[in-house]
Design a protein around this ligand. Sequence first.
Ligand code: NAP
Length: 274
Amino acid sequence: MLLEGSHVLLTGATGTIGSALAAGFAALGARLTLVARGAGPLTDLAGELGATALPADLTRTDELADVVTRAEDGLGPVDVLVHNAGVEVLDELADADPAELAAAVALNLTAPLVLTRLVLPGMLARRRGHVVALSSLAGVASFPGLAAYGATKAGLTHAMAGLRLELRGTAVRTTTVEVGPVESPMMDRITEHPPTARAFARAHGLHLLRSLGPDEVAGAVVDAVARDRRHVRLPRRAAPLAAVAAAPRALVRTVLTGLPTATATRNATPARTR
Ligand SMILES: NC(=O)c1ccc[n+]([C@@H]2O[C@H](COP(=O)([O-])OP(=O)(O)OC[C@H]3O[C@@H](n4cnc5c(N)ncnc54)[C@H](OP(=O)(O)O)[C@@H]3O)[C@@H](O)[C@H]2O)c1
C-alpha cells in the first residue's frame, strides 16, 4: 500500500514499539490517528508528528465503535489499522489476578477482533485496506509465567490466519508480526520473573533469540505494509520456529479447503457480500 496520504489508525501509540511505528509511518507521509489511554503523552506525540490524538481505553469493548467513528470523523476512512496495544500478564496461572487476565484478553485479543470487524466493511467497499497485528514469539513458543499472554498472542496469530483466508480475492491485505524480545520496559519486567527469565536465557544461550531494537521492528513493519508482506518474523534466526509452528495450520487448511488457485482467487466472493 502506498502509505503517503493513507490514514493509519495505530493503537498503543505511546509505547516503546508504538512510538517507533508512529514515527515510521509519519516519515512515509501517512496521516495518523494515535490511540492510548494516557492523554498527556499521546497529545505530545501527536503534536510532534502532526498526528491526531484519540485517547481511549481499548479494554472497554462497548466503546470501540466510538473509537472508529471518532477516528474516521477526524481523518476519513481508515486505510491501515495497526493493532499494537498490548499488555503482558506475568504470573503463573495459579497466581494470576482474574481481573488482570480478563483485561489482557480484552486488550490483546478482543479489541483487535472487534476493531477489525468495525473497519473491514469500509475497506472492502473501497477495495483498499491493510490490517496489521503485533503478535509475538510468545504466541509460537510457550514460556513459564507467560501462559495467558502467550494464549492471547497465539489467538491473535490464529485470527489473522483465518482473516487472511476470508480476504482471499479481495483487495484488503494483512500483516502478522511475530517478534521476539524487544528492548523495552515490558521486556525488563518479563526478565525480572525468574522462571520466564531462565527460559529466555536458555533461548538466548542457544542463539535462537537476540534483543531487537524498537526502530528495527517498526522499520520492518512499515516496510511490510508498504510492500504488502504477510509476515514479519524477527529475529530472523527465530523465523523458522514461527514458520514451523504455522505449518500444521497451513497443511490442515490445504486439506480442508484446497489449494488456492488463480481462478478460485479471482472468483472469490468478497467477504462484504456474504
Ligand atoms: N516489548 C516486547 O519485547 C514485545 C515483544 C513481542 C511483541 N510485543 C508486542 O508489541 C506490542 C507493543 O509492545 P511494547 O513493548 O511497545 O508495549 P508498551 O511499551 O507497554 O506500550 C503499550 C501501549 O499500549 C497502550 N495501552 C496499554 N493499555 C491500553 C488500553 N487498555 N487501552 C488503550 N491503550 C493501551 C499504552 O499506553 P497507555 O498505558 O497510556 O494506555 C502504550 O501506548 C504489544 O502488543 C506487545 O505484546 C512486545
